[in-house]
Design a protein around this ligand. Sequence first.
Ligand code: ATP
Length: 363
Amino acid sequence: MNVKIENLTKVFPGRDKKSAGVTAVKDFNLELPDGKLVCLLGPSGCGKSTLLYMICGLESPTEGKIYFGDQDVTDIPSEKRGVGLVFQNYALYPHLTVKQIIKFPLENLKGEEKLSKEEMDKRALEAAKLVQIDGLMDRKPGYMSGGQQQRVAIARAIVKRPKVLLMDEPLSNLDARLRLHTREEIRRIQKDTGITTIFVTHDQEEAMSISDLIVVMKDGVLHQIGKPQDVYDDPVNLFVAEFLGTPEINVFEGKVKDGGLYIGEQRVLEVKGVDDQDVWIGVRPEGFEVDPDGKFTCELSGINIMGRDITVLSKHDAAKAVIRSIVSAETKVDTEAKTINLNLKPYKTFIFSKETEERIRFT
Ligand code: ATP
């Protein structure tokens, strides 16, 4: 089921007449393709949960429309939309067994949708198998690990065979190892079922690793949508460039003058077709080459050897933070030297307007 969002806005009213309302989601337009896993990604307070809840039907938009396929679902109540929802806290009924918890949404089906007991058992087992907890059907949640409980919550959300599966930070209560494992599981389950899935997270690494598409947002506004690698390789503005990537992109104050990109007085790259102006320069950690004749000289602070790679740490007055460059372990670095010379790879270097922080493209 593809999901289309048109001019969607949500304004929460102020507490009283004097205080202004909060615009949590602002004029959002989006088309999410059928059968894909899409992450809504952004910092805390950017409106991701509000957007998810509007798609779910738990919040109603102030303006705009939501379509599932051709059907306008904006005014359809949540229980009739055919959505499954997984929350951050699994909220499982402690006194019920896994089997009873998974079956619960089926027991509430009425009229034409009503199922026989056999059919309910069959579907509950199918869902449990999919998330690999079919061996624990008689257990109660108190006797299960966090990861297992989250699987039960996923089984409960998919047992009704929803058209759209919505997940609100489903991994935040799990420890680091389990998080990693469970996110791979979610990816597998999504691929096995082919259910269009919308997944909210503030963790860019999580989003990069599991999604077909990421939607990067800030202050209720959509900044960029695309395949994770495309967004990483081709950010539209400084916010997106800084939000994606570990280690973070290196950011410098610089300027463009006579077709050259300058950091301080050093002309570090040729950038044709850009007017003279002050800019922000972003260079991905893998965007530097160590070269004795390199055009960018900075102060060497140290190196960390990490098996295949070396992280070279250096400093420069124009850099926002410590400069991290990741180079192959075969690279020769004189650790005794006070400075290091680097070249910038043009396809790993982005420039942004100092004023608007929008990307400026060069050839
Ligand atoms: P987080 O990752 O911290 O959950 P989020 O990106 O999911 O954040 P939302 O929870 O959607 O963000 O909130 C977006 C904005 O709307 C925030 O400024 C928040 O304070 C505000 N907001 C959310 N719910 C309400 C509400 N019921 N009433 C008033 N303001 C709200």
